[in-house]
Design a protein around this ligand. Structure first.
Ligand code: PMP
Length: 420
């Protein structure tokens, strides 16, 4: 069956025909047959250079041979034990050696579980109930944080089914606005357990912190006895081996991780200072549990991925990212378009918006109709990116120089058509 027929069939079984909202683009999403390295193929046999990369986990590209060998050998000796393994210790050490704030860790199954548990822990250990999140930040699909979210939820700032009693404890504030947070903290400081932040906002496109903003967050939280949680589900092992906290030299109290840590398999984690993490059950009284926590397949995939991410790896990958962004900017300048190229390391996006995007309000002014034309043109030119202006695009180490040159030609052609 072709993608169109599969989508019609899919709609009979899945709400909207998909299992996660952002996948449902118009007129119908392509159905995927297979992927390898930097490429992905749909059921029609079309080949695409993939800059969606599973929304971030695949920093090595699809089906890296060492990851797959390790996963297969693990699969043949068990896929779930419900008991601890030595490999969990190995992966924990790898994370703790790399990530500055991590002294102890708990492995979970997704980024959503990681932020839900980290927030519960922050509340448990401060005996306060409120949290602050930033407008447009996305921390997963659980009730505490589905308020003014980005990503697939950008169009649904709130969801039905979330009790007001839950969201009354979630305060929001514009990102990169020091005064707004200062004011919130003056009003509420005795009630705020934690500030949770995506150090680079990857769910409204790609928005970097203003100079000094993360330092400000660190200082104001410390001064007011509020925990600082970096949600590094995207930036962890992406910006550098220690994630955003190493990239920007700011150490939060807790970090949440997902995506790359599972090497392309379902996994999340939260980690932080020992005295905080010791409050997690069974050592402490903040409950967290999971049948698949520390799953041996995901752990093995994580180990074989992190093993490859040394300094040279980031140097080479980020060089490709810089080159790509510079070239896109040059294309945009030559065509004299009112759009901007953003990103850092191996993350990039084009905003169909000339105003410098520093927060959600400005991001929302982007021309999403033009973006949609651009997205479809890219697909016609053999490039697959997330189908939304409010997601980030990624490069992997599998992307060759030739891929990048093809990508640039496709971007130029697609921008010309989108802007007509
Ligand atoms: N936090 C951030 C910053 C994310 O980008 C995401 C997912 N894109 C999540 C949390 C949720 O992760 P998951 O989809 O694995 O539940």
């Amino acid at each position: 069956m072709n993608s169109k027929d599969l989508f019609n069939e899919s709609k009979r079984y899945f709400p909207g025909g998909v299992n996660s909202p952002v996948r449902a683009f118009k007129p119908y999403p392509v159905f995927i047959e297979k992927a390898k390295g930097s490429k992905i193929w749909d059921v029609e046999g079309n080949e695409y250079i993939d800059c969606c990369l599973g929304y971030g986990p695949l920093i090595l590209g699809h089906s890296d041979s060492s990851v797959i060998d390790n996963v297969c050998s693990q699969a043949s000796i068990g896929t779930a034990y419900g008991a601890p393994t030595e490999n969990e210790i190995k992966l924990a050490r790898m994370v703790i050696d790399r990530v500055p704030c991590a002294e102890m860790i708990r492995f979970v199954n997704s980024g959503t579980e990681a932020t839900m548990s980290a927030i519960r822990l922050a509340r448990g250990c401060t005996s306060k109930n409120k949290i602050v999140k930033f407008e447009g930040s996305y921390h997963g699909a659980h009730d505490y944080v589905l308020v003014k979210s980005g990503s697939g939820a950008a169009a649904l700032p709130d969801s039905l089914g979330i009790p007001e009693d839950t969201t009354k404890n979630t305060l929001t504030c514009p990102y990169n606005d020091e005064d707004a947070l200062k004011k919130l903290i003056v009003d509420e400081k005795d009630n705020i357990a934690a500030v949770i932040v995506e150090p680079v906002m990857g769910n409204i496109g790609c928005v970097e912190p203003n100079n000094g903003y993360l330092e400000f967050l660190r200082e104001i939280t410390e001064e007011n006895n509020i925990l600082l949680i970096f949600d590094e589900v995207i930036t962890g092992f992406r910006l550098s081996s220690g994630g955003a906290q190493t990239y920007y030299s700011i150490t939060p109290d807790l970090v949440t991780m997902g995506k790359i840590i599972g090497g392309g398999f379902p996994m999340g984690a939260f980690a932080g200072k020992r005295e905080i993490m010791e409050m997690i059950a069974p050592e402490g009284n903040v409950y967290q549990a999971g049948t698949f926590n520390g799953n041996p397949i995901s752990v093995k995939a994580g180990i074989s991925t992190l093993n490859q991410l040394d300094q040279d790896f980031y140097k080479n990958l980020n060089k490709k990212g810089n080159y790509l962004r510079n070239q896109i900017s040059e294309i945009v300048d030559n065509l004299d378009l009112n759009i901007q190229t953003v990103g850092l390391a191996s993350m990039f996006q084009i905003y169909f918006n000339i105003e410098k995007v520093t927060n959600y309000e400005i991001a929302k002014k982007s021309d999403i109709e033009k973006f949609s034309i651009y997205f479809h043109e890219l697909m016609d030119n053999g490039i697959f990116i997330p189908p939304s202006q409010f997601e980030c695009n990624f490069l992997s180490s599998s992307h060759s120089n030739e891929d990048i040159e093809k990508l640039l030609i496709a971007i130029e052609d697609s921008l010309k058509i989108a802007w007509k």
